[in-house]
Design a binder for this molecule. Structure first.
Ligand code: TYD
Ligand code: MG
Length: 439
């Protein structure tokens, strides 16, 4: 008996000793059935930016910690300033802490955003302790900290933005914010490949992670939730940067379709932005290369997906582009990082590789006044077309904008149901020459 206990003791090692010691001092907690736990409904704070509120799951939850990530110049400061302006206008206590810009710089931005923005109280401060003390005293209902990477805690070694600093700053901010019931929006920078710089660790800490994406030089930006304790992560919003701030784009599909050319090398992708379908134009250009290593230039899609699509086109579509430069662009600066984009890339590249239309094709298409081809679908390594989520909603969106000819994976109910990439190419090519079928 003695021996068995001793053996068990060795097997579990120190853990069992610590466990016994703990039982002696701590009082046990009484578990409750979830049905007996009272969940009080909280009143969310509406930022007045409908699309932001929707992505948050219905507004800001009091006392919550939200991380807003995005590359420099994308509009994080603009979005948060606009949100605080609306909240201040609605009589809420707000605070804007900037560790990046001076109060004068923030004012210059605010001037473009309307009179309410000028009511926002600001603090330009990089010292964490000072920020925490301010937060404790002011106890705002909503506070923006711009950015988490530029705050500095003197009690810790390391430059601002290092993992230790960022974790400490976010942890302390959370402690004070929860104690005071303040909701805090942390602005965070992301690296070029889209990851939150340094602090992946923050994603565990915060209640909600929002990602602001797009390209600085382009007009359109998308905002999506990649983590949300108080809502779904299926929602995304499209914004346009204008001279007077960010404007919500309620019907982005109609704009992108209206601009789509339908020329060879252009197709419309029926994409999903979260739970909403979005039609975007994907364009490709193929031209003989002068370089030993031909160029592969992408914008709005993943470079590696292009490599895969080119390999499949070469192997299964007899379209070899080994000595050609290939450019692929999602128009408007939208990013579509979803597998459903594969087919659009393939059809755009194949169309561009076929090049300029022959005179007969030109005549045929003029006769048919052809609408652009829409498509979606993931491409597998064996050249098969794989189904993607929400086929019905993608099709409905295409139909809504008069795109009758949709090439999509088998079983999705599209006019061009294709099992393989080769079939899809045939459907798309056929559509270029032949008039579209009656709907
Ligand atoms: P900003 O919000 O400062 O970006 P971030 O905080 O993410 O770095 O703004 C980005 C850009 O948007 C900036 O270059 C200027 C431009 N902008 C407008 O076009 N219109 C506007 O009303 C504002 C405020 C900014
Ligand atoms: Mg900024």
């Amino acid at each position: 008996m003695e021996e068995v206990a001793a053996q068990r003791g060795t097997a579990t090692g120190g853990a069992s000793r610590r466990g016994r010691a703990a039982t002696a001092t701590a009082t046990a907690a009484t578990p409750r059935r979830l049905g007996e736990v009272r969940a009080t409904a909280v009143d969310r704070l509406a930022t007045g930016i409908g699309e932001l509120d929707r992505v948050l799951g219905g507004g800001v939850v009091p006392g919550s910690l939200v991380l807003l990530g995005g590359s420099p110049g994308i509009g994080k400061s603009t979005l948060t300033t606009m949100a605080l302006a609306n909240l201040a206008g609605a009589g809420r206590r707000v605070l804007y802490v900037s560790a990046e810009e001076s109060a004068e710089q923030i004012r210059l931005r605010a001037e473009r955003l309307g009179p309410d923005a000028l009511r926002i109280p600001v603090v330009a401060e990089t010292d964490l302790e000072t920020v925490l003390a301010t937060l404790e005293r002011e106890a705002p209902e909503v506070c923006v900290v711009d950015s988490i990477q530029t705050l500095h805690s003197p009690s810790l070694s390391g430059a601002p933005g290092t993992v230790g600093q960022v974790r400490e700053a976010a942890g302390e901010l959370m402690r004070v914010a929860k104690a005071r019931g303040s909701a805090v929006l942390l602005v965070g920078h992301v690296t070029k490949d889209g990851a939150l710089a340094g602090p992946r660790v923050l994603e565990h800490l915060v209640d909600c992670v929002l990602q602001f994406e797009g390209e600085r030089e382009r007009t359109y930006r998308t905002l999506r939730a990649i983590k949300n304790r108080f809502g779904s992560t299926n929602d995304a919003a499209v914004f346009e940067m204008r001279g007077s701030g960010l404007v919500e784009v309620a019907d982005a599909s109609s704009r992108f379709v209206a601009e789509a050319t339908g020329a060879p090398g252009s197709v419309v992708l029926a994409a999903m932005e979260g739970s909403r379908p979005l039609l975007v134009e994907v364009q490709a250009l193929v031209s003989p290369s002068e370089l030993e290593q031909p160029r592969r230039v992408v914008s709005g899609i993943d470079r590696n997906r292009l490599a895969l699509v080119l390999a499949v086109l070469a192997r299964h579509g007899r379209i070899a582009l080994g000595s050609a430069d290939v450019f692929v662009n999602v128009v408007g600066g939208v990013r579509v990082d979803e597998p459903g984009a594969d087919l659009a890339v393939a059809l755009a590249v194949a169309g561009a590789a076929r090049g300029v239309r022959s005179r007969e094709e030109e005549r045929a298409s003029a006769l048919a006044a052809r609408a652009p081809i829409a498509c979606f679908g993931e491409i597998g390594l064996t050249g098969e077309l794989r189904s993607v989520a929400h086929a019905d909603r993608r099709l409905a969106e295409a139909r809504r904008f008069g795109l009758a000819h949709v090439v999509a994976p088998l079983g999705s109910g599209a006019s061009g149901d294709a099992a393989t990439v080769r079939q899809a190419l045939r459907f798309a090519g056929g559509a270029a020459a032949a008039p579209p079928r009656a709907a």
